[in-house]
Design a binder for this molecule. Structure first.
Ligand SMILES: Nc1ncnc2c1ncn2[C@@H]1O[C@H](COP(=O)(O)OP(=O)(O)OP(=O)(O)O)[C@@H](O)[C@H]1O
Length: 475
C-alpha cells in the first residue's frame, strides 16, 4: 500500500468541480503515531460525511466506510495488541463529536485523562493502546484534501502531508514544479526548504543538474566570479576558465539558498542574468546564453528587507513567480508519524528503521515546541536511536534540546518583528561601532558578534546594509 486517496463522492467533471470548489472547514480524525510501529506512518479520515466512527483492533490498519440504515459509519481497525477488538467510538452530536469508550480492556485516554465519554475539542489527542489519534474540528480543505488518506510509504519527500490546507499548497507547488516558473521558498530554519527545492528540481524533469548556492557563504571579493565564472587570466590566480554556479546550472535548476544574504552588488548582477538569460564571466566580454530555472529560499523577511532597501524590489519580484511558505513543525504535528517513519528509515544508525516508541516517548514527541523544526526532530531521533538498547525508544532516550540552547535568532524569522535596537540605534553610530570592532577583530565577524552580544547573522546583515567591506579589515 502506498498512498490511498479515497474519493468522497462522484462528480461529472471532477477537475472542473474541484477548481470551482472553495476550501471548506471540515472535521478530521488523524492517526498521528503508531508508537509501537512508526513504520505504519499515519492517516487522516474526513468526518464531514459520517455519523459514527467505530475503532478497534485489526490485523492491519484498515478503514471502511459503510452506510447502514441511513447511518454513515467508518470502521477503523488498528493493528495494536493493546487495543481491544471493540475499543471505542466517535459519535456525531450536532456540530460536535463525542468519544465513548466501549468498556475496553486497557481504557481510552483523551489528553492523558482516562475517559468513558467526552465531547471532543479541536486538537484533542486520543490514546488508544499505543496508537495516538487526533481530532481537528475544522481544517480548511478542498474536495481532494478532504478525502481519506493513508500514508505509509515514503515517497515524494517534502511533498507528503496529512494536513489538508498544507496538502492543497503542496499540491499546487507540485504542479508549479513542472513549469519553468521561479519559486521562492519561505519559512523558518529546518522546515525543509532545501528538501523541497530538490524535489521541485526532480519534478521539473529538467535534464541539467540542480546547483545549490549558499548565498550567505559567498566571499564578497570573489562573489561575481563564483556566480558567473571567470576567464583564464581575469585576475591573479585565475589559472583556467571557470564556469561559475550559474553556468553550471544551465539546463537545470539554480537553487539560491539564503538568498536574503546576497549582497546588493551581486543582486544587481544576478538580476541582469535572470532578465537577459545570459552571463558574462569576469574578465570576459561575450555574453553566454543560459537556460535556468531558479528556486530561491530564505528564512528572512524579504518583503521587509525590500522596503528597507536591503533587497532589490525588482529582484524580489523576479524570484517570486510562486511563493510557498513552509509550515512550522508544531503547526503540522499531525504529520509526526510520517516524518518519524521517514527520518528513522533514513537514519545511519543500524536498525533505526525497526525501532518503535514507548507510549510515553510518543506522547513526548507530540508535545514539544520543535522551535528548530524537522532538523531538530531529526537530531533528537538520531541520538535516541543510538541510545536505544532494545526495540523501543524510551522517553529517557529523547534528549531535550539536542541542539543545545540554540534558538532561532529572532531577526531570521520570516514572521519575526524587526528587533527594537536595529530600528532605534543611530545608523552612523552603529556603523562606526561595527567598523571599530571589525578593525579590532581583523575582519572576524564572530568576534564582532561576541563583543556586541548579537548573532553573526545580525552582524552580517548590518555589514550588508552599511556596505562595509569586511575584506578590508582582514589582515
Ligand atoms: N519532509 C521532510 N521529511 C523528512 N525529513 C525532512 C523533511 N524536510 C526536511 N527534512 C530534514 O530536516 C532537515 C532540515 O531540512 P532542510 O535543510 O531542507 O531545511 P531548511 O528549511 O532548508 O533549513 P535552513 O533554512 O536552516 O537551511 C534535514 O535533515 C532534512 O533532511
Amino acid at each position: 500500500m502506498t498512498r490511498k486517496l479515497i474519493s468522497l463522492g462522484t462528480t461529472q467533471d471532477p477537475v472542473r468541480e474541484q477548481r470551482r470548489a472553495q476550501p471548506l472547514a471540515r472535521p478530521f480524525l488523524f492517526v498521528v503515531l503508531h508508537c509501537g510501529q512508526p513504520a505504519l506512518g499515519g492517516a487522516r479520515y474526513g468526518l464531514a460525511e459520517l455519523d459514527v466512527v467505530d475503532i478497534g483492533r485489526g490485523a492491519s490498519r484498515v478503514a471502511s466506510r459503510i452506510c447502514e440504515g441511513g447511518v454513515r459509519r467508518l470502521d477503523l481497525r488498528l493493528p495494536d495488541a493493546t487495543i481491544s477488538k471493540t475499543q471505542g467510538r466517535l459519535v456525531r452530536s450536532g456540530d460536535t463529536w463525542v468519544f465513548e469508550d466501549a468498556g475496553s480492556r486497557n481504557g481510552s485516554y483523551v489528553n492523558d485523562r482516562r475517559v468513558t465519554k467526552i465531547a471532543l475539542s479541536d486538537g484533542d489527542f486520543i490514546e488508544l493502546g499505543n496508537v495516538i489519534l487526533r481530532y481537528r474540528a475544522g481544517l480548511p480543505s478542498s474536495p481532494t484534501s478532504a478525502a481519506d488518506l493513508e500514508l505509509d510509504t515514503p515517497e515524494a519527500r517534502g511533498l507528503q502531508t496529512l494536513v489538508p490546507p498544507l496538502a492543497d499548497e503542496l499540491d499546487a507547488l507540485a504542479r508549479i514544479a513542472r513549469a519553468p516558473i521561479p519559486v521562492l521558498l519561505l519559512g523558518e530554519s529546518g522546515t525543509g526548504k532545501e528538501v523541497l527545492a530538490s524535489n521541485i528540481h526532480t519534478r521539473s524533469g529538467r535534464a541539467g543538474p540542480l546547483v545549490a548556492v549558499n548565498c550567505g557563504a559567498l566571499t564578497a571579493s570573489l562573489l561575481e566570479s563564483q556566480l558567473f565564472g571567470h576567464v583564464k587570466g581575469a585576475f591573479t590566480g585565475a589559472i583556467r576558465d571557470e564556469p561559475g554556479y550559474v553556468r553550471r546550472a544551465d539546463g537545470g535548476t539554480l537553487f539560491l539558498d539564503e538568498v536574503g544574504d546576497l549582497p546588493l552588488p551581486a543582486q544587481a548582477a544576478l538580476l541582469r542574468v535572470l532578465e537577459e538569460n545570459e552571463v558574462v564571466p569576469v574578465g570576459g566580454s561575450n555574453p553566454i546564453k543560459v537556460d535556468l530555472r531558479v528556486v530561491a529560499a530564505t528564512h528572512k523577511p524579504l518583503d521587509k528587507m525590500a522596503i528597507r532597501g536591503e533587497l532589490r524590489v525588482d529582484l524580489l519580484a523576479r524570484l517570486s513567480g510562486h511563493r510557498h511558505t513552509l509550515t512550522r513543525l508544531r503547526d503540522r504535528i499531525e504529520d509526526m508519524g510520517i516524518l518519524v517513519r521517514d527520518l528513522l528509515g533514513r537514519s545511519k544508525v543500524p536498525g533505526a528503521s525497526e525501532l518503535g516508541f514507548t507510549l510515553q516517548a510518543g506522547k513526548w514527541l507530540l508535545s514539544q515546541p520543535w522551535s528548530l523544526n524537522i532538523r531538530e526532530l531529526s537530531q533528537v531521533l538520531g541520538v535516541a536511536a543510538a541510545l536505544a538498547d532494545g526495540p523501543l525508544i524510551e522517553r529517557a532516550h529523547l534528549i531535550e534540546r539536542s541542539l543545545g540552547t540554540v534558538a532561532p535568532p529572532e531577526e531570521e524569522s520570516v514572521v519575526a518583528p524587526e528587533p527594537e535596537d536595529e530600528r532605534d540605534t543611530a545608523p552612523d553610530a552603529l556603523r562606526g561601532r561595527i567598523v571599530a570592532l571589525l578593525e579590532k577583530h581583523r575582519g572576524n565577524v564572530s568576534g564582532v558578534a561576541r563583543d556586541m552580544g548579537k548573532s553573526r547573522v545580525q552582524i552580517h546583515r548590518w555589514i550588508q546594509r552599511f556596505s562595509i567591506s569586511v575584506d578590508t579589515y582582514r589582515g
